[in-house]
Design a protein around this ligand. Sequence first.
Ligand SMILES: Cc1ncc(COP(=O)(O)O)c(C=O)c1O
Length: 388
Amino acid sequence: MKKIFLDHAATTPTDLRVVEAMLPYFSDSFGNPSSIHSLGLETRTAVAEAREKVAGLIGAAGDEVIFTSGGTEADNLAVKGIAQASAQRGKHIVTTRIEHHAVEESCRYLEKQGFKVTHVAVDQDGLVDPREVERAVTPETILISVMHANNEVGTIQPIAEISRVARSRGIYFHTDAVQTVGHIPAKVDDLGVDLLAISAHKLYGPKGVGVLYVRKGTRIVPFMHGGGQERGLRATTENVPGIVGFGKAAEIAQAEMDAESRHVTRLRDKLIKGLLERIPQVRLNGHPTKRLPNNVNISIASVEGESLAVSLDLEGIAVSTGSACSAEAMEPSHVLTAMGVPVELARGSVRFSLGKKNTDEEIDRVLEAFPRIVSRLRAVSPLWTGKA
Ligand SMILES: Cc1ncc(COP(=O)(O)O)c(C=O)c1O
């Protein structure tokens, strides 16, 4: 049975053109980019070219692009790096209740170091109101961090409007754009951001490589000290194959983004319509229109998300759930909770995230399998009354 992968928000398969571009840099062109000799020059040039390609995708200059080990490190470097560099000016950070753990946990860490963090609420669609951000700002605020689009429910935030709040107060603005870069337009000047995090493996690049965009003139303190690579902001010998792969993935995304977006949007809308028609008591989570082209997040009354995901997996369909298992309890997602989704519904949530290789036939198979699985699980659920 051919597997159907609908979990592209978790990771994407590396594009074979990316793999091909990376291969020479493992054992033929293996020099250390800091070396004086020609093997060093070769990889130094390859890294510089990749940097330009990633910069091009987000409309930045090459020297504003810092390669990291992934989105998590980029978020950590942005949040902690600004906090440390600006602590003299103030110790207050504004963020939201729906950020990825990479931002959320960095803020939590800073709270232990004496910083104050305000978490702005979101509405029932997961949208941040720029006026709420403005209200949260104090004279002590040094950083605003709001994600470009949410990884669970796909809601796209009004980043350009929020950046105007930051800019008018002289506050640094960071966005986690891990779910958007390569999929929807995300140019740093249009967004008005000072810092922006990207991860290669979410745009058909390799795992273990990311980027933090740092606008010229933005002062951040690094947490890696060593050889001075990446303009002194991220010491360690560069992950050359990974960086070359990221560059290739960025180049492909730039050329193919529009076509991919049209394709996945059409499949997304077909999936949403089909699920809402075929299953009673189902709710679409996230904004109806301001959402990622590939995201479908639904809550199903009276069933557990985990049971749905496991049943789908048995039929060769890979999806994610909106809750995280812990030893004692199923914790509902903090994002759905922040949006006011009742706990019982949040527990029954499933995320389908589509990719460029998905087909109409695959969506048809999901639309046949999923309602059947829901009916079977509801038939044995003590919570299911069958009433709308
Ligand atoms: C919104 C968001 N930020 C950050 C990350 C972390 O990226 P990485 O896996 O490259 O560390 C992810 C990955 O799931 C994400 O979805």
